[in-house]
Write a protein that binds this ligand. Structure first.
Ligand code: AHR
Length: 499
């Protein structure tokens, strides 16, 4: 296979946005308890935050963290988890059939966010609750003092307001599994009125309306139209959620998951623009792709407990990722970058233990899954502007998407440093790609760094015992001559070439 790519500094899609590299911490399974928070762990600080997880969070290059859910937020009473810890009630978490001990709440999360250097993205409960409770939480977080909830925060030891900018108006309200699930009309009204009232408290906030929980929902498209028709003036973003997995051994379709993500973004953008035209409005609504990942939902680890069993922090959704999963994660990041004109924020779901790049052993070590690497390297290396590429690639037949190009790629260019970085996935199941990049407009570049993640066995998974033997390796085939870059990309691989 041979593929040709032409890059030109003039083909700018938009800026590389730091918020593309967000993740997600939900009160789900072991994401919070024994994930980011484990008092008594040998690396834990005085607040009980695991130091090894803080370090890996920084290394992952996380920008924003969405919190506290997810399905969890739709039954959450945030006030349960502020103030003296010994007075906080234990509650049933209906979303994950667990017990929520409430020893970790918004103040602990904000302290953790500050320590890990991430921007918080807060979600309010529009499942069992409504406008008033959202306003109370916003007042607790963002108002300096002199009113009940702001003074409660100060009484709890936090003098200065957090001034959280990003707020999600509920979670996946289109999903019948959601506590307080709503029709599009029901949700649209409460989201619009909650947004309007929240802006009266703090006009600086940025608001995300719930879009669809997947593009395969029967209400997809019409949901966005109905919700945006009602909320358009009051919100900044509409959310999108997507999870992919290899189904029935169909690796070729799985490797082409970013085709679906591209289509999803295009459909939501078109719907938002249709509402804009119909409502004769100027502003544009952007997409917050605030849940995306590989997730094997049918596996036993994803099934919540049942009956009288309401455990605290059970093992849930602890998917172990292989090399092909990491290639798909890299490819989905390529799609998010390629759509940077429309996708202004995104969150890999989730950060620790729950469908996560970082895993922990309770009382033991933290380790990196395969998917950690493409995320960390893309976050570290994508800077400046995203460039649209002209790609000539062989195609591969897939059951789900028909013919797809085997090469999935995007480039970023930093006008300040001159760095040109190419991210490339070879979706072929069997063939290597001889990549040939026409660097016109970028004379005199050299290879600064080239790495590839691949393995003869693409089902190799990292474990606590061996999380290092398969990791991105230098790609020594990468060369530049006569203003053309060339590199060999093995089948089922993800690569980063910095020039
Ligand atoms: O990320 C896991 C779950 O997936 C979230 O709680 C929910 O929003 C989505 O369905």
């Amino acid at each position: 296979h041979a593929a040709t790519v032409t890059v030109d500094p003039a083909f700018v899609v938009g800026p590389v946005r730091r918020r593309t590299f967000g993740t997600f911490v939900e009160h789900l399974g072991r994401c919070v308890y024994t994930g980011i928070y484990e008092p008594g762990h040998e690396t834990a600080d005085a607040d009980g935050f695991r130091g090894d997880v803080l370090e890996l969070t920084r290394e992952l290059g996380v920008s924003t963290v969405r919190y506290p859910g997810g399905n969890f937020v739709s039954g959450y009473r945030w006030e349960d988890a502020v103030g003296p810890v010994d007075q906080r009630p234990r509650r049933l978490d209906l979303a994950w059939h667990s017990t929520e001990p409430n020893t970790f709440g918004v103040d602990e999360f904000m302290k953790w966010a500050q320590r890990s250097g991430v921007e918080p993205m807060m979600a309010v409960n529009l499942g069992t609750r409504g406008i008033q409770e959202a306003l109370d939480l916003l007042e607790y977080c963002n108002v300096p003092g002199g009113s009940f909830w702001a003074d409660q925060r100060r009484a709890n030891g936090v003098e200065d307001p957090y001034r959280i900018r990003m707020w999600c108006l509920g979670n996946e309200m289109d999903g019948p599994w959601q506590i307080g699930h709503k029709t599009a009309q029901e949700y649209a009204r409460v989201a619009a009125e909650t947004a309007r009232a929240m802006r009266m408290v703090d006009p600086e906030i940025e608001l995300v309306a719930c879009g669809s929980s997947s593009s395969s929902m029967p209400t997809f498209g019409e949901w966005e139209r109905a919700v945006l028709t009602e909320t358009y003036e009051h919100v900044d973003y509409v959310s999108a959620h997507a999870y992919y997995f290899e189904e029935d051994g169909d690796l070729a379709s799985f490797l082409a998951s970013s085709v679906d993500m591209d289509n999803f973004v295009a459909a939501v953008a078109a719907t938002a623009d249709q509402v804009r035209a119909a409502r004769k409005l100027d502003k544009r609504i952007h997409i917050s792709f605030d849940e995306w990942n590989v997730w094997y939902q049918q596996r036993a680890e994803s099934q919540p407990p049942k009956g009288d069993d309401w455990p605290v922090a059970p093992v849930l959704l602890e998917d172990k990722y292989n090399v092909a999963d990491a290639v798909v994660v890299g490819s989905l990041l390529i799609s998010l970058l390629r759509n940077t004109d429309r996708v202004h924020a995104a969150s890999l779901a989730q950060l620790v233990n729950v469908i996560a790049p970082i895993m922990t052993e309770p009382g033991g070590p933290a380790w990196k899954q395969t998917v950690f690497h493409p995320f960390a390297l893309t976050s570290a290396q994508a800077k400046g502007e995203v460039l649209r590429l002209a790609v000539e690639s062989p195609v591969q037949e897939t059951a789900k998407f028909g013919e797809v190009p085997v090469l999935d790629s995007v480039a970023t260019h930093d006008p300040e440093t001159g760095d040109l970085v190419l991210f490339a996935v070879n979706r072929s199941v069997t063939e290597a790609i001889a990549l040939d990049v026409d660097l016109r407009g970028f004379p005199g570049l050299r290879v600064a760094e080239a790495v590839t993640l691949a393995n003869p066995d693409h089902t190799w998974q990292a474990t606590a015992a061996d999380s290092t033997s398969v990791a991105p390796q230098p790609n020594t085939s990468a060369k530049v001559a006569d203003d053309r870059a060339r590199a060999e990309l093995p089948p089922v691989s993800w690569s980063m070439v910095r020039l």
